[in-house]
Design a protein around this ligand. Structure first.
Ligand SMILES: [Zn+2]
Length: 241
């Protein structure tokens, strides 16, 4: 059984825990970044571990860290390391509505980079999935992943029609409100994630929780675990390549 963690902040765990997590060769981790420092940390983690895939980016909560040099450095990192994925990037109207216009400006710069280097996007979209989706269409983005999707069902249909991917988070184990996304999303568009070590209502989300999430999806969708694992692995491969 192979587990996919399509959105994890691996560098945020302590060193011993990072080693323990990636020692398990049955897991593939896409480690997303939140600023330049974590982008470089993810790059090193991916160079040392074949089951770690790096995504480079500036989180919409960190846009004040962006200056004139930032995009030049990011472009160099992409070129020098043949980076395929940008993230965690996006828009946030839920936690940071006050900086929305600035977020949009930065996000559009990333969308230009994505066009130029043919990059796939790992997206943060709280209360802004529609805004993000409209920009993906405007920039003709081919591959995108809506991390921990919590948007409406109408947009979900459009996302699936477009062939983009929906992130089902391990928090679904502790909060039933997310289960509907397992029920209504085409199985070919589902990818799993932890967002570890994010503190969700007192629960530290962790890749170890993927096992229970797979069991939950398997029960809800009546697909046996082995087959489910193959489907998600396949979906993930379609996203990252
Ligand atoms: Zn995240």
């Amino acid at each position: 059984m192979r587990y996919i963690d399509s959105h994890c902040h691996l560098y945020k765990f302590n060193e011993i825990e990072i080693k323990r997590i990636i020692k398990n060769k049955d897991i593939t981790i896409l480690s997303v970044s939140e600023d330049l420092e974590s982008s470089l940390k993810n790059l090193i983690l991916s160079q040392l571990n074949e089951n770690v895939i790096p995504a480079i980016g500036i989180h919409p909560w960190n846009i004040e860290k962006v200056n004139e040099n930032t995009f030049k450095i990011i472009e160099d990192i992409i070129k020098d390391n043949k980076i395929k994925i940008l993230g965690e990037i996006g828009l946030d109207k839920k936690f940071k509505p006050e900086t929305f216009e600035k977020q949009k400006e930065i996000f559009e710069r990333f969308l230009n980079l994505a066009k130029e280097y043919d990059l796939n996007l790992n997206l943060h979209t709280p209360n802004a999935s529609n805004d993000v989706y409209d920009l993906l269409i405007k920039y003709d983005i081919k591959k995108a992943y809506f991390h921990w999707y919590s948007g409406d069902e109408k947009l979900l249909e459009e996302i699936i029609d477009k062939g983009y991917f929906i992130g089902i988070n391990v928090a679904t184990i502790v909060n039933e409100k997310y289960r509907k996304y397992i029920e209504i999303t085409n199985i070919k568009n589902i990818i799993t994630e932890s967002d570890g070590p994010y503190n969700y209502k007192g629960v530290i989300l962790h890749p170890d929780m993927l096992k229970d999430l797979y069991k939950l999806i398997s029960d809800i969708r009546k697909i046996d675990l082995e087959e489910l694992s193959n489907i998600i692995q396949n979906n993930f491969a379609r996203f990252i390549y």
